[in-house]
Design a protein around this ligand. Structure first.
Ligand SMILES: CC(=O)N[C@H]1[C@@H](OP(=O)(O)OP(=O)(O)OC[C@H]2O[C@@H](n3ccc(=O)[nH]c3=O)[C@H](O)[C@@H]2O)O[C@H](CO)[C@@H](O)[C@@H]1O
Ligand SMILES: C=C(OP(=O)(O)O)C(=O)O
Length: 424
């Protein structure tokens, strides 16, 4: 199993290209199921989750071809399709649930394994199911599978007004994709406003979907009988960019994040500026300069839905707070169990106490290298950031979590001057 060996203490200098967003690419790959015509995506990141999604779609009969240097991928979902997502693939990637809406809309039936729990919380999909039922689907859950089909006598889903109990990102995406081919209008209330939802909506519109209000909490979708092929460039990964911002902030140095979208990172940038980091927004990327974590002021924050502070940046910013001066309180409101990195950060010398949904971080600690274990994707990133500032050598184990969602992270960090290598 691959591990990362990191020798801390070096500042980061240089330029790093920001890849396409995992959380936009995954639903966009699923959007290929909505049309018989080819869908071409550019800037698809090289990630394990993308490879898993490709295998899943190919198993259904979708033809997939990669091309060019810049993450080009063309998908074509000609009939007949096999509308099945088996447990073996779904268990490794929760985003597999994103095939449910498109399959039901296109094939009139779907059999999708329940994703099950994972390291950060129970993550139910009841809102996806409730929304599709409101659109006329008959859904049962049996033997760990969601069995969904159109009600007898129907050939298409029907539009509906759906208010989800909470803001759900993949729930919004699943229902929006299903609604593009439904009969009549669907209104999604309490919709997620994340940039990845907006990017997916823009792709669907290019495919001929009639969508308005994406980026707000109410999305209107007027169903159409069929969608066509399209070309689309996946939006830059705001979480990858935010991770590099925190890495430079903690390690010190100066970097240019090519292609990063500052307008998608307001909440994180506000906290970095308050901490004493210099962040510069340009149309084609972001500049960051920092005197190093020990010269910064720790910042308290709570995670919320976009445009609030992203839960996917909580662990990385907490690593920064461990070395920055002063106490801070980090409150996680989205997932009930997203503090798995805390005990590993403590192994590196951090002082953190958890009380319910809040982690109280002492700050101003000198970290020292140790062997630590990655437990989930962003926990892994936080350990890498901590290791970059820790004295001596850190080995991060189980980095397959990191490979799920970061495109060659160690190569990018090495290009910035970090002493980091992958070892078997
Ligand atoms: C592939 C992808 O895009 N993943 C992102 C997506 O995950 P994902 O879409 O799974 O997260 P959700 O926005 O759905 O989850 C938000 C909250 O709602 C709960 N919930 C959700 C759906 C449902 O049917 N029932 C229910 O109770 C979840 O358990 C969680 O507590 O948004 C999360 C929140 O920004 C991010 O951390 C993930 O990186
Ligand atoms: C939790 C995450 O991803 P996923 O929803 O794919 O598990 C993440 O990207 O941090």
């Amino acid at each position: 199993m691959d591990r990362l060996r990191i020798r801390g203490g070096l500042p980061l200098h240089g330029e790093v290209p920001i890849s396409g967003a995992k959380n936009a690419a995954l639903p966009e790959l699923c959007a290929a199921l909505l049309s018989a015509e080819p869908l071409t995506l550019r800037n698809v990141p090289r990630l394990r989750d993308v490879a898993t999604m490709r295998t899943l779609l190919e198993g259904m009969g979708v033809q997939v071809r990669t091309h060019g240097e810049r993450g080009g991928m063309t998908l074509q979902a000609r009939e007949p399709l096999q509308p099945l997502a088996p447990y073996e693939l779904v268990k490794t990637m929760r985003a597999s649930i994103l095939v449910l809406g498109p399959l039901l809309a296109r094939c009139g039936r779907a059999r999708v394994s329940l994703p099950g729990g994972c390291a950060i919380g129970s993550r139910p999909v009841d809102q996806h199911i409730k929304g599709l039922q409101a659109m006329g689907a008959e859904i049962t859950v049996e033997h760990g599978y969601i069995e969904a089909r159109l009600a007898a006598g129907r050939t298409r889903l029907r539009g509906a007004r759906i208010t989800t109990d909470m803001v759900t990102v993949t729930g919004t995406e699943n229902l929006m994709m299903a609604a593009t081919l439904a009969e009549g209008e669907t209104v999604l209330e309490n919709a997620a406003q994340e940039p990845e939802v907006v990017d997916l909506a823009e792709l669907l519109i290019a495919m001929g979907a009639r969508i308005e209000g994406h980026g707000s909490s109410r999305i209107h979708i007027q169903g159409v009988p069929a969608l066509r092929g399209a070309e689309h460039t996946v939006v830059a990964d705001r979480i990858e960019a935010g991770t590099f911002l925190c890495a430079v902030a903690a390690a010190g140095g100066q970097a240019w994040l090519r292609g990063a979208r500052a307008d998608h990172l307001d909440a994180v940038v506000d906290k970095l500026l308050a901490a004493g980091v210099q962040v510069q927004a340009q149309p084609d990327g972001m500049g960051v300069a920092s005197p190093g974590g020990a010269a910064l002021r720790a910042q308290s924050f709570r995670t919320t839905e976009y445009p609030g502070f992203p839960t996917d940046m909580q662990a990385q910013f907490m690593a920064l707070n461990c070395v920055a001066q002063g106490p801070s309180a980090v409150t996680e409101t989205i997932f009930e169990n997203r503090f798995m990195h805390v005990q590993e950060l403590v192994r590196l010398g951090a002082q953190i106490r958890i009380d319910g949904r809040t982690a109280f971080v002492e700050g101003g600690q000198r970290l020292s290298g140790a062997t630590v274990m990655a437990t989930d994707l962003r926990a892994s990133a936080s350990l890498v950031i901590a290791a970059l500032v820790a004295e001596g050598e850190t080995v991060v184990e189980r980095i397959y979590h990191l490979d799920r969602g970061y495109d060659q992270m160690e190569r990018k960090l090495r290009a910035l001057g970090a002493d980091i290598e992958r070892i078997a």
